[in-house]
Design a protein. Structure first.
Lengths: 278, 183
């Protein structure tokens, strides 16, 4: 197709001023998609006609704007607007017959109402599901956080135990057996002591769990003078091995007494359970 | 044309589709005079009817802005087409013809028809006298017939007693002339 000849034929102007046939308009539209020159020419003519309309402006009476707004308000209360054809770019004048005014009968609204209802229901479920989903995600995040915290605490415990274990198997670690006193002849306890690092561990495996409000306390004795090496914190005497306070390298004896919670300044000798010389 | 808070057509169209009242006020302030000019020109001196049509046009724009597709054409052109179609539909409707018998002028000689038609247009009312006077008569009349009467190519050819093919080429020349004048 000779596009130059097409453009200079005036057919575009004819289409845009509304005198061309529908067929011509359709052809112009399809050509405008293929040929940018045609599209450009269409826009040029439209701009010219717009400019011309602007030049021919006639100001409407000042109260018209308000009338339009009130008309729009009224129409909004009614259900439907006159349908306008989709803008088909060009200007072909639709030969609209006034008699073909659209009359809506009531039944036409039922499918619409059903559709609206369905949409409503589907929106309701979507929203509910969405909210539930958010709730689940929050819970999941919480659990993950807890899990992570637990893991961290386990990891640090493991690290601590590994450190202790390496301390325990160290060649400088000395084991001291504490034997039961006269009142508790069958009881024993074990102290692990590293003189160099001053680390002291206490195991009370064979002692009964302390009564409420009481705690076992470890003492180191140097020249007959007791010094506290701290209280045994755990109620569980069976499995735990607790690290105690460092003691004097000159310690000659260890002893365990049962004291009030928090420990005592000096040992209650009548409540001594086990003791052992080094 | 007054300057704009809507720098781009796209922003304006988006606001119009969102039923933003400011956008419609803007549209009215900027385009109502041009649309009213077109409607008045189609209707001749039927001012009251022209006012009704302009109202209908804006109501239509309000309710049908969803169907406007910027890919398919400019907003201004779209509105001009709505205004022109509404006005032409009105002069074609039966009630209007009854009140304006003179509009149909089938049995008069073509030249007379043209004069009649252009007589119906009170040019001085439109503030376009200067523009129209600058345009050669045969071009001015041709543009009026094509753009404001809703005729087909064949009808225009018949009115002017020229070959159908000539209508298009002359229309192109007319618009090229108009372009020079509007520069």
């Amino acid at each position: 197709m000779d596009i130059k000849a097409y453009i200079s034929s005036g057919i575009i102007e004819a289409c845009l001023s509304g005198i061309a046939s529908d067929e011509d308009v359709r052809q112009m539209e399809s050509l405008s998609e293929k040929y940018p020159e045609v599209k450009l020419e269409i826009i040029k003519v439209q701009l010219l006609l717009e400019k011309w309309a602007t030049a021919n402006s006639v100001p409407p009476p000042p109260d018209l704007k308000e009338k339009i707004w009130s008309k729009i308000g009224q129409k909004d209360n009614q259900e439907q607007a006159d349908p306008l054809p989709e803008n088909s770019d060009s200007t072909n004048l639709k030969k609209v017959d006034g008699k073909e005014a659209v009359s809506f009968s009531r039944w036409k609204y039922y499918p619409a109402a059903a559709a609206v209802l369905l949409i409503g229901i589907s929106i309701y479920f979507s929203v509910t599901l969405y909210q539930k989903n958010i709730e689940f995600q929050k819970q999941l995040a919480k659990l993950e956080q807890q899990l992570k915290a637990n893991q961290d605490s386990y990891n640090s415990k493991i690290a601590l135990y590994q450190q202790r274990l390496s301390g325990l198997v160290n060649g400088n670690m000395q084991g001291i057996k504490l034997s039961g006193t006269e009142k508790h002849p069958n009881m024993t306890a074990i102290v692990l002591w590293n003189k160099k690092t001053q680390e002291v561990y206490l195991s009370l495996k064979q002692l009964p769990a302390p009564p409420k409000g009481m705690q076992y306390q470890l003492w180191s004795i140097v020249d007959g003078k007791p010094e506290s090496a701290g209280v045994y914190e755990s109620n569980d005497t069976k499995t735990a091995l607790q690290k105690m306070k460092p003691v004097s390298p000159n310690t000659q004896m260890f002893a365990v007494t049962l004291e009030k919670e928090g420990g005592a300044e000096s040992p209650t000798l009548s409540a001594m359970y086990v003791a052992g010389k080094i | 044309m007054p300057k704009t808070d809507f720098e781009y057509d796209d922003d304006l169209v988006e606001a119009l589709k969102a039923k933003d009242r400011n956008a419609y006020n803007y549209l009215y302030d900027n385009y109502s005079a041009a649309l009213f000019g077109v409607i008045s020109r189609v209707l001749g001196n039927q001012t009251e009817i022209a006012e009704d049509i302009l109202q209908d046009v804006f109501v239509k724009i309000w309710h049908n802005i969803e169907t406007y597709n910027s890919q398919k054409g400019r907003l201004y052109t779209w509105m001009l087409n709505i205004a022109r179609n509404a006005a032409i539909d009105t002069i074609r409707s039966a009630t209007f013809k009854q009140s304006k018998v003179n509009t149909t002028i089938d049995h008069i000689n073509n030249q007379n028809t043209i004069h009649k038609l252009s007589d119906n247009i009170p040019v001085e009312d439109f503030g376009i006298k200067q523009i129209s006077n600058l345009l050669e008569d045969k071009y001015r009349i041709l543009i009026d017939l094509c753009y404001f009467k809703g005729y087909t190519q064949e009808e225009v050819a018949q009115k002017l007693d020229i070959p159908v093919g000539t209508v298009k080429t002359r229309l192109r020349k007319a618009l090229l002339n108009l372009k020079e004048i509007l520069k």
